[in-house]
Design a protein. Structure first.
Length: 163
């Protein structure tokens, strides 16, 4: 599946084992406490809905992983390459995530985000995600400390569009 980009079509494709090195490198470049390579390998082995998006030259621009449980999707991980941020790709990924969840019959999408990740919080809130709770000490943080997670939900009952 493709989406339009200023430089040509972006190509969405299911993530495969051949993508893991590039996905892990992108993860490490944008998150202070990244997933391990094994987290991605295990997610693929578990059959999670994992997708990449590449630019016309084949460079990895972003990815996401969804897990489905009953009627709710859980957004496990989503990232946009540093050089591609602030260009609308995050919104395109959220559109794609919502579409995939609807295709699977999901009624909502859950995610966790660090309170310190203000940019992501802003994007999720603008998109329609709402805070439903907190997980105390969920994320590792600097100097062996822990950071809470804000749990957010997007209801899929109606047509959600980025605002």
């Amino acid at each position: 599946m493709t989406a339009t980009d200023h430089g040509g079509p972006l190509v969405f494709a299911p993530m495969t084992a051949a993508d893991i090195d590039a996905v892990h490198a992108l993860e490490c470049s944008v998150f202070p406490y990244p997933w391990s390579r094994t987290n991605f390998t295990d997610s693929l082995a578990s059959g999670y809905d994992a997708w990449t998006v590449r630019d016309p030259g084949g460079a990895l621009a972003g990815y996401y992983l969804l897990m489905y449980a009953l009627d709710e999707a859980h957004l496990l991980d989503v990232a946009v390459a540093g050089g591609r941020q602030h260009q609308g790709l995050g919104r395109q990924l959220l559109d794609r995530i919502g579409a995939r969840a609807r295709q699977q019959g999901m009624h909502s999408i859950l995610l966790e985000v660090r309170p310190s990740n203000t940019r992501a919080l802003e994007v999720y809130q603008r998109y329609g995600y709402r805070e439903i709770g907190r997980r105390k000490g969920y994320y590792p943080a600097h100097a062996g400390l822990r950071e809470d997670a804000i749990v957010m939900r997007l209801e899929l009952s109606g047509d959600q569009q980025c605002r």
